[in-house]
Write a protein that binds this ligand. Structure first.
Ligand code: FNR
Length: 340
């Protein structure tokens, strides 16, 4: 059942209608610099993540695995990550822990990307033993632990027990040998959640904000129902809450509805460490080919560099000094939450 669900997720996510919640990046404007005093060759968008160099601060975020039909997708995504020099996360490895034959579709990710940053993925309720097995399966540099309460609530067969997850994460932080990245899956996190995670020692958080893939809608759709509403904290807002709350205590990965270079750069200017993209990359691959995905990533990288030059930013770190003007709903949200 879990494996069929994975196949359905791909199809339903690719056909997902535009979400009624926007990312909030439409409320963020970067101030153009007419005198950047830089040459193209000087602009360096590379960064370091988990002790390895990335050509740009980009992560192909967790999507899939666990079925022979998904092996090809994972191989293509990992091959593209390797070529582009960006990080990649595999989808939930739960199925592979239960079924030996499901492992191949995850292992190809490390095989196609032997030296790059590869992240394991499990739900945040996993045991220490399960987390260790998932990490070992792909020789992962870190493990993403996903939080997906709204998705479970939308599923008839979903979990209803959510007590003890924070304590479990704390245990895993203490006992695992690789870093932990706690991750939302498109509903965003509030400053209160960021605080609780920082307080138990989590040092990497993927905000997984609203505005892109909507797993409540996907699950409702899978059950043959349609909802008229969307849930979650928009990505830009969640990022700003996280930056305010974590203040250097945790690296933040901005993700959720990010589709192009300008939103990547906006997120980096607001202070995230890395940008994660999931469904838009799957869409390029599934509606095109490996070559289309390679071209998309090359253009994305070149666009990030172009925008950096137009802002006068030589390095990714310089982006945090760029002036960003925040208006509209995002501004009002921040005022009411005491962040501006
Ligand atoms: C996902 N996502 C996801 N996340 C996770 O932690 N484990 C998983 O197994 C999956 N599976 C999955 C399947 C598919 C088909 C999609 C599109 C997404 C969530 C993903 O990593 C990301 O958090 C959200 O999709 C939001 O980012 P985008 O898609 O708006 O860029």
């Amino acid at each position: 059942m879990r494996i069929n669900r994975k196949l359905e997720h791909i199809e339903l996510s690719l056909n997902q209608k535009k979400r009624s919640i926007a990312t909030g990046f439409e409320d963020v404007s970067l101030v153009h610099n007419s005198l950047p005093q830089l040459n193209w060759e000087e602009v360096d968008p590379s960064c370091e993540f988990l002790g390895k160099k990335l050509s740009v601060p980009l992560l192909i975020n967790a999507m899939t695995g666990g079925h022979p039909q998904l092996e090809g997708i994972n191989y293509s995504l990992a091959r593209a990550a390797n070529l582009a020099g960006v990080a990649i996360a595999v989808g939930s490895q739960r199925a592979a822990l239960e079924e030996h034959s499901a492992r191949a579709s995850f292992k190809v990710v490390r095989e196609a990307n032997p030296r790059g940053v590869v992240l394991a993925n499990l739900g945040a309720d996993c045991s220490e033993l399960e987390a260790r097995a998932a990490i070992e399966m792909i020789n992962a540099d870190a493990i993403q632990l996903h939080l997906n309460v709204p998705q479970e609530m939308a599923m008839r067969e979903g979990d209803r027990q959510f007590r003890g997850i924070l304590g479990n994460i704390e245990l895993l932080v203490k006992h695992l040998s690789v870093p932990i990245i706690v991750k939302e899956v498109g509903f965003g996190m509030s400053r209160e959640s960021f605080r609780r995670l920082c307080d138990i020692g989590v040092r990497n958080i993927d905000i997984g904000g609203a505005g892109g893939t909507d797993f409540m809608a996907i699950e409702e759709n899978r059950a043959g129902r349609m909802t008229m509403w969307s849930w979650g904290i928009p990505t830009a807002i969640s990022l700003l809450e996280g930056i305010e709350e974590c203040k250097g205590q945790a690296n933040l990965i901005a993700s959720g509805g990010i589709e192009h270079a300008l939103d990547c750069v906006k997120a980096l200017c607001l202070g995230c460490h890395l940008v994660g993209i999931a469904r838009p990359l799957l869409k390029v691959l599934m509606s095109g080919s490996d070559k289309h995905l390679d071209d998309f990533l090359e253009l994305l990288k070149a666009d990030i560099r172009r925008i950096m030059l137009m802002l006068g930013a030589k390095t990714i770190k310089d982006l945090t000094s760029v002036s960003a003007v925040i208006t509209g709903n995002t501004y009002h949200w921040l005022c009411q939450r005491g962040i501006r």
